[in-house]
Write a protein that binds this ligand. Structure first.
Ligand code: PEP
Ligand code: MN
Length: 334
């Protein structure tokens, strides 16, 4: 971290600041110029409060030269990480499609969808049992029963399952769940992240509606700092001034995340667009942009879905998309 002091800083003020910084376990290298004094902070500066430092009267500017995320940082781990998602590898050239309904609704619904997405080539089945709904009056998911039905679909098809957790107190219910999802609304629920960091579960961490890429990586860091390095990042669109689409899919997040981190990156074109007609193009674009997978909502009867019917593909539409995805992957690999 580099700190530039204002030209009129006295030696006493400078030494006082150095003493304060050294008290926080960093070494301070001083370089006196004609006009400015530059302090180079060496060591683990992740705990230094940059805003506080910047607010001091004698400080002109503060700049981090290394990112505060370490475990997910590509600089310290140049090779792509391949995460095991219930036996399915994701990352490092292994592309996986996660598909299924927004919410688990009935036995026949989830088994039927699981069978059809498997036949089309999906590698994992998704289905929400704990739903983070904007309105408390909307369907909240089937909770424990939903997870049981999802586990039955896993047994029937062999597909590993992905489902969202909202509260660590429910963790015991997730024993059969292969990939635990942290939804966009909980990306910065730090207690949840810390709790999941203490488990050995694979985590699919979705980007928050109004969070930066670096904030997403800091949230991944929370999980990894607890000892759980099985993290998959997910871009699912962010809030902008555009209202035509449900969110704005930030596809550039894919190469940016690959540049900054070794973790796999998947894209959710369903929540990103909110319209089933837009999902295939964005799914193909995600594959072309180098994503390690996509997560797509599929429903056997979108018109009557209890949640997110408008953005759900029918099994037939999903089947068509899978064929196109295969061709895009072939094209970018050849
Ligand atoms: C979901 O995937 O079911 C979901 C609620 O998505 P998000 O958290 O991205 O809104
Ligand atoms: Mn949904």
């Amino acid at each position: 971290m580099i700190t530039v002091l204002k030209p009129n800083t006295t030696a006493e003020q400078r030494d006082h600041l150095i003493h304060w910084l050294e008290g926080q376990n960093v070494q301070v290298h001083v370089s006196e110029g004609d006009e400015y004094t530059i302090l180079g902070l060496v060591g683990d500066t992740s705990h230094i409060d940059m805003e506080l430092l910047q607010s001091l009267e004698i400080v002109q500017s503060v700049k981090r030269v290394s990112e505060p995320f370490k475990k997910c940082n590509r600089k310290f781990h140049p090779e792509d990480t391949v995460v095991d998602a219930g036996g399915v590898p994701i990352g490092g050239g292994c592309f996986a499609v996660i598909a299924g309904p927004c919410s688990v609704e009935t036995h026949d619904q989830i088994i039927g969808i699981a069978e059809s997405v498997k036949a089309s080539g999906a590698k994992l089945l998704r289905g929400g049992a704990f739903k983070p709904r904007t309105s408390p009056y909307d369907f909240q998911g089937l909770h424990a029963t939903g997870l049981e039905l999802l586990a039955e679909a896993k047994k029937a098809t062999g597909l590993p399952i992905v489902s969202e957790i909202m509260d660590m107190r429910d963790l015991d219910l997730f024993q059969d769940v292969d990939v635990i999802q942290v939804g966009a609304r909980n990306m910065q629920n730090f207690e949840l992240l810390k709790g999941l960091g203490r488990t050995g579960k694979t985590i699919l961490l979705k980007r928050g509606l109004a969070n930066t890429i670096k904030e997403l990586l800091m949230s991944a860091e929370y999980i990894m700092a607890g000892g759980n390095e099985n993290v998959i990042l997910c871009e699912r669109g962010i809030r902008t001034y555009e209202t035509y689409t449900r969110n704005t899919l930030d596809l550039s997040a894919v190469p940016v995340l690959h540049e900054l981190s070794h973790l796999p990156v998947v894209v959710d074109p369903s929540h990103a667009t909110g319209h089933s007609s837009l999902v295939p193009s964005m799914a193909l674009a995600a594959a072309a942009a180098g994503a390690d997978g996509i997560m797509v909502e599929v429903h056997n009867d979108p018109l009557h879905a209890l949640c997110d019917g408008a953005q759900s593909l029918t099994p037939e539409q999903f089947d068509g998309l899978m064929k196109q995805i295969g061709r895009v992957l072939e094209a970018i690999r050849s």
